[in-house]
Design a protein around this ligand. Structure first.
Ligand code: C2E
Ligand code: CA
Ligand code: CA
Ligand code: CA
Length: 275
């Protein structure tokens, strides 16, 4: 009887507040995408290990919520994935990144542009067409674009995902395997996927100078990439010692707060002009 009177058995005020916040956020995110308000992009430079020059940038999503303030990118993406907003959000990211990148090319800087994709994007019907159209619209050579995906792309619908990746590479677009080493069967994926770049996860980089294990792992990944003809990028380089270590190990590209924080498009242009 007590149960009947309490349809809210298991009700928790905290959980309720959380789902309220989530509902608000979903509505606000939908609105932010549709009205192009509050969302913006950062560009984090990637440096050539040998010359120290900027070779490319990774696009990172930012959302400054009017009430909650800046929200972490992975939370925004997870929210969009759960609510069917990942498709319009990715379209928003690509078009804004291309528009900014067009200015970079026009200014004469031939760097690469890396964009993160959600695994859900790979199962979308029109993404390939959307990307091809936008490359055309902004007059961007496909060979300058790198799409970053994680190993999870092959967990579900592996055939469909692989077909999609092959179509991208047929257009001349490059694929980077992101967060390498954090999944369960990284090597099997590396064998199957048409990958031209591999990004060593920052969990292997952050204690590189103090951990013998990390050194052996990173050294082995770099040697493997050389053998496979795959470009290798280290992310999360936070100090000079780590930079020097990665240079000594023969890493191709470096990315991290020590070298450059994620920048606004205008600051990226200034930084490129001053190098
Ligand atoms: P990620 O792809 O692994 O991106 C690298 C993350 O490391 C970024 O976090 C970047 O700001 C951060 N980072 C860069 N250098 C350093 C460093 O030296 N130290 C440390 N501790 N962190 C560093 P951010 O911007 O918070 O993005 C988090 C994740 O959100 C990204 O991880 C990516 O998975 C996802 N994400 C970001 N933007 C997008 C997007 O436009 N689309 C999709 N699908 N996912 C995105
Ligand atoms: Ca990434
Ligand atoms: Ca990563
Ligand atoms: Ca990630």
């Amino acid at each position: 009887a007590e149960q009947e009177k309490q349809p809210w058995a298991g009700y928790s005020e905290k959980a309720d507040r959380y789902s309220q916040k989530k509902l608000t956020l979903v509505a606000d995110l939908r609105n932010a995408i549709a009205c192009d308000q509050g969302l913006f992009l950062h560009y984090q430079p990637q440096f050539d290990c040998r010359s120290g020059k900027i070779l490319g940038v990774e696009v990172l999503l930012r959302w400054n919520h009017p009430i909650y303030g800046p929200l972490p990118a992975d939370e925004i993406v997870a929210l969009a994935e759960q609510t069917g907003l990942i498709q319009p959000l990715t379209h928003w990211v690509i078009s804004h990144a291309f528009s900014q990148y067009q200015k970079v090319l026009t200014a004469g800087f031939e760097i690469t542009l890396s964009i993160n994709l959600s695994t859900l994007n790979l199962w979308q019907n029109n993404l390939l067409q959307d990307i091809a159209q936008q490359l055309e619209l902004y007059d961007i050579p496909a060979g300058q674009l790198i799409l970053e995906v994680t190993e999870t792309v092959l967990l579900k619908k592996p055939r469909r995902s692989l077909d999609f990746l092959r179509c991208l590479t047929a257009l001349g677009i490059r694929i980077a395997l992101d967060d390498f080493g954090t999944g369960f069967s990284s090597l099997a994926y590396l064998k199957k996927m048409p990958v031209s770049e591999l990004k060593i996860d920052r969990s292997f980089i952050q204690e590189l100078c103090y951990s013998h294990e990390d050194q052996v792992i990173v050294e082995t990944i770099i040697a493997m990439c050389k053998g496979l003809g795959v470009e290798v990028v280290a992310e999360g380089v936070e100090d000079r010692a780590t930079q020097l270590k990665l240079e000594a190990l023969g890493c191709d590209r470096l990315q991290g707060y020590f070298l450059a924080k994620p920048l606004l498009g205008s600051d990226l242009l200034l930084r490129l002009a001053s190098q």
